[in-house]
Design a protein around this ligand. Structure first.
Ligand code: HEM
Length: 410
């Protein structure tokens, strides 16, 4: 994915996508299905089976264990004591700082309780009316008269970043550079120098804003975090900055990819798109099916802290674990026809938002944003894939999304 914000020698969006397997790995599901049929937990390097150098695996001291079945994935994610999140400190933590992602209990629980104060039902309602709906409308208005668009580039890629920027309370003009820095941050595995520079840049940038908000609070997220208090404890500048550095990749990259995958599923199944257009009460189950069927983020990392048997497989103490949520979501012992996108299937817990203590803090926000965007798109008359478009598809190994969604309407 490229935008106007990159310089000519260095395109962090393209580098990040390449390292994540976007454009190179088209369909990892048959490989996962074959492995899953052999064992619930695969031991050994995974990315070489797909012919790519994985950014995550490159940093591991030893080959990972990969839980693949629903039960194995759930067991690992539910048990944060045995399967620690602390390994992120040596990877993405280098640039995020000590963020919630790498915390174990009891620190994690205390910190999460403070952060959660910014994500109330009331906040969600305000964000929907004051930020998400106007941002979505603005993007769609820019192509409404044309009768055609690339939904990824013109709506689904830019809107979640804009939403998070506005939630945080950033000046609109800063958004492009902010997004670029955020992508550079998570490209740390392929480009350490740009990652560290971006981390330092964001520290200074956020610290200036936090100082201002501590002096004169507004209604934005930074002000709420600066004032959050629990049992006499408040968040330090460093803690707030680590959270803000995490927020953009955690909230924007995921939502752009998940809403794109959902729209791909709908556009390539016009009968389901028509059913949803005519009955919007199907929206929650359509969103869950989209995120089950092709999650934006396929795997997350843990470290096993003591010898543990998972579904009959011994994972030794100290072993890195790459939990494959995407494989769990297509476990045939839990879902019939798991490879099919079907918004009418009975809703069941999937693993795309993780599970247990670190279950996604932003999932209600992601669902709300997706509802607003998809509703607005379904209001475009006779929305359909551009019949001239060739081979529109989702790709990627670590992160998955279509690179374009050309549509026509009207
Ligand atoms: C469809 C969209 C999304 C998906 C699939 C998703 C997925 C995930 C997953 C799998 C985790 C667990 C990570 C781990 O433990 O290693 C997570 C955690 C998290 N997500 Fe999301 N996410 C999405 C949207 C969002 C949004 C919009 C936000 C914005 C607030 C957000 C904020 C977070 C945060 C702060 C955590 C860390 C929670 C913790 O460690 O306790 N996510 N997400």
């Amino acid at each position: 994915m490229t935008t106007e914000t990159h310089d000519s020698e260095h395109d962090p969006f393209a580098e990040f996508d390449a390292a994540a397997g976007i454009g190179t790995v088209r369909d990892p599901y048959p490989v996962w299905a074959e492995l899953r049929a052999q064992t619930p937990v695969f031991a050994g390097p995974m990315s070489e089976l797909f012919g790519i150098d994985s950014m995550d695996e490159a940093l591991l001291q030893q080959p990972p264990y990969t839980p693949l079945t629903f039960d194995a994935v759930q067991q690992v994610l539910r048990d944060g004591e045995t399967f620690s999140s602390s390994g992120y400190a040596d990877t993405i933590g280098i640039v995020f700082g000590h963020s919630i992602l790498e915390m174990d209990e009891p620190e994690h629980h205390a910190y999460r309780a403070l952060i959660q104060q910014a994500f109330t039902r009331k906040a969600m309602e305000t964000w929907e009316a004051e930020i998400v709906q106007p941002v979505v409308d603005r993007h769609i208005d820019a192509f409404r008269e044309r009768g055609s668009a690339d939904l990824v580039r013109e709506l689904l890629f830019p809107f979640p970043v804009t939403v998070i920027g506005e939630m945080i309370g950033l000046p609109t003009d800063d958004l492009p550079v902010f997004h670029k820095k955020a992508v550079e941050l998570i490209s740390i595995m392929t480009d350490i120098e740009h990652g560290l520079n971006a981390s330092a840049w964001l520290y200074e940038y956020f610290q200036g804003i936090i100082t201002e908000r501590r002096a004169a609070p507004r209604h934005d997220l930074i002000s709420v975090l600066a004032q959050a208090e629990l049992d006499g404890q408040q968040l330090s500048d460093d803690e707030i900055i680590a959270f803000l550095r995490l927020l953009l990749p955690a909230g924007a990259e995921t939502t752009y990819r998940s809403s794109s995958n959902l729209m791909f599923g709908l556009l390539s199944n016009p009968d389901q798109l028509a059913a949803l257009r005519d009955d919007r009460s199907l929206m929650p189950q359509a969103i869950e099916e989209g995120v089950r069927w092709d999650p934006p983020l396929t795997s997350i990392g843990r470290t096993c802290t003591k010898d543990t048997v998972v579904e009959g497989v011994l994972i030794p103490a100290g072993a890195p674990v790459m939990v494959c949520m995407a494989a769990a979501n297509r476990d045939p012992s839990r879902w019939d026809r798991p490879d099919e996108f079907d918004i009418f299937r009975e809703p069941k817990q999937h693993m795309s938002f993780a599970f247990g203590p670190h279950m996604c803090l932003g999932m209600h926000l992601a669902r709300m944003e997706t509802t607003v965007a998809v509703n607005a798109l379904l209001d475009l008359p006779d929305l359909r894939l551009d019949p001239e478009a060739i081979d529109v598809h989702v790709s990627g190994l670590a992160f998955r999304a279509p690179s374009a969604l050309p549509v026509v309407f009207g």
